[in-house]
Write a protein that binds this ligand. Structure first.
Ligand code: BTN
Length: 285
């Protein structure tokens, strides 16, 4: 395709900030184009629209950011409350990997977010399988992976990243009071006792993500799962209940597979492999 990339609304809102971030990024792929809005329904939905209007040819590495989202989307189609002060962004990717390895991108994103939080704020976070970012048992960030795949190739991936940065969590919890939440939430501001620099954190997330993504694409032995395990909450041999949206699976965790799925052992010693992308885990020991 030639000509400019088509998108609506035409006014990107924060052109100066978009260009500044784009030019300051030290990345191979990610953020070669940044589109930053003041207000959007959802960066994930916008990214999907961009792909359907333009195809993927030139969109690899595009980053969509919005200061706030009216209809932020969480996993399982849950709503994701996204007021001003948070970090709400989506990254558009193409990949040469086999679709069976797609979960690696969700591990890559959670590792990048956890590393960026540590680099920029000094806070240690823990990762909860498959990709929640937790601080002292409370969720500070979530990752949503949308992908279009066929039998042996990945057409595109959209990685949605939401970080509760400068937010008062009481306000979010109030809005969520009628919706069951698996665990409490926190924000970086609450943890630090002072607001954090969201632009610096966005830049750092994109750069760390780019570093891991470049390696995953080119080196099949790149140990992204090992990096995830180093930051993960202890999970081995713990009793869990895993919901994959449709079914509940209960057992003890015996392994994590190279493709990111989890292997549990049932009471009758039967092993079961559960893919990660649409699953949620609850520890019951
Ligand atoms: C989760 O449920 O844990 C995933 C939350 C992902 C939220 C982010 S915010 C940016 C992007 N746009 C959305 O509408 N959702 C994702």
């Amino acid at each position: 395709m030639t000509g400019s990339i088509v998108y609506r609304p035409r006014n990107a809102g924060k052109l100066k900030e978009s260009i500044h971030l784009q030019n300051s990024l030290q990345t191979n792929y990610i953020g070669n184009r940044v589109i930053w809005f003041k207000n959007l329904s959802s960066t994930q939905e916008f990214a999907r629209g961009l792909i359907s209007m333009n195809g993927m040819t030139r969109l690899n590495g595009y980053v969509i950011i919005s200061d706030r989202q009216q209809n932020g989307i969480g996993r399982y189609g849950n709503m994701w409350i996204s007021p001003k002060g948070g970090i709400w962004l989506s990254i558009i990717l193409s990949s040469t990997l086999h679709p069976s390895r797609i979960a690696l991108f969700s591990f890559c994103a959670s590792v990048a977010v956890s590393e960026a939080i540590e680099i920029c704020t000094g806070i240690n976070s823990r990762l909860k399988w498959p990709n929640d970012v937790m601080i002292q048992g409370k969720k500070v960030a979530g990752i949503l992976v949308d992908a279009s795949v066929d039998a042996d190739s990945i057409e595109h991936i959209i990685i949605g990243i939401g970080v509760n940065a400068n937010l008062k969590t009481a306000e979010i919890e109030k809005k969520l009071q009628d919706h069951e939440q698996p665990y409490p939430i926190t924000s970086l501001q609450e943890q630090l006792g002072t607001p954090c620099n969201t632009v610096e954190i966005i830049k750092c997330i994109l750069q760390t993500f780019d570093k891991h993504y470049s390696r995953i694409e080119t080196d099949s032995s790149y140990p992204i799962l090992h990096k995830w395990r180093e930051r993960a909450e202890p999970i081995m041999w713990r009793s869990v209940q895993i919901s994959d949206g449709a079914n509940l699976h209960a057992g003890k965790v015996v392994d994590l597979d190279e493709d990111g799925s989890i292997i549990i052992m049932h009471k009758d010693n039967r092993l079961e492999k559960i893919v990660s992308v649409e699953s949620r885990i609850r520890f019951i020991d």
